[in-house]
Design a protein around this ligand. Sequence first.
Ligand SMILES: CC(C)(COP(=O)(O)OP(=O)(O)OC[C@H]1O[C@@H](n2cnc3c(N)ncnc32)[C@H](O)[C@@H]1OP(=O)(O)O)[C@@H](O)C(=O)NCCC(=O)NCCS
Length: 229
Amino acid sequence: MASQLIVRAVPPFRVPGGPAAAVGKLLDSARGLLDDVELARARGMEPLPRAAFLTGRVAQRRFAAELLDVPPSELTAAYDCPQCGPGVSHGRPGYTLGGAPAPVLLSLSRSAGWVLMAAVRDPAPGQRLGVDVQDPAGTDFDGFDEVALGPAERESLRGLAAAELVTGRARLWARKEAWLKLRGTGLRVAPDTVDVLDNPAIRDLPAAESGLPARFAAAVALSGLPDRD
Ligand SMILES: CC(C)(COP(=O)(O)OP(=O)(O)OC[C@H]1O[C@@H](n2cnc3c(N)ncnc32)[C@H](O)[C@@H]1OP(=O)(O)O)[C@@H](O)C(=O)NCCC(=O)NCCS
């Protein structure tokens, strides 16, 4: 059976009292659920990014546990950083289950309080996954095109202005980050060198599929071709 992509969006976690109160509540649910290395990373963050980080990590662990049909507490975070290697709390996400790699590919992205997750249960050997969500407001600045886009991508935006332009930029940026997560490099690769217009492994995720509000751009990259550049 072909591996099936599953996508889920989680809305911002908001409670009366703002980010500080949210962090308190999130820490309550994270303790006993997240691993020490994840909680330690959260402790080093300011309240707003900490709330976003905890929301994503708790959601991702529950998502993975549901797909694997195990309690969330049975999973151990097993991230892999292109620079630091495995056994860290950052980089490409993953879990172990009973000491072995859990049979699920995962990718996660956060934007404006939302969390977007993608997963493939029982992936094929060598299969890779990346997902990204982008708030168009984040691409609305001078110089974006020069830093982020290649010549063909810049050409594809020619003639667009105002809202259409930032939406077009956000679409391309989401596709780039999805691809760079699939590759595992992240932005260690210069984004303007990565052409995402004609890459068949990448596709846009419409709001009806992602569950995100329509203003967001989102993309997924899914490949069984680990050697592709
Ligand atoms: C991957 C990257 C582009 C995402 O950036 P972003 O837009 O700020 O963040 P998003 O919300 O979309 O995604 C964050 C998630 O991407 C995933 N991620 C991070 N690095 C990743 C990588 N190398 N490969 C695949 N996924 C990765 C993680 O799940 C992370 O979630 P976390 O915060 O819970 O750990 C960016 O983090 C990056 O370029 N990382 C690599 C840089 C690097 O190697 N640094 C060395 C660190 S020592």
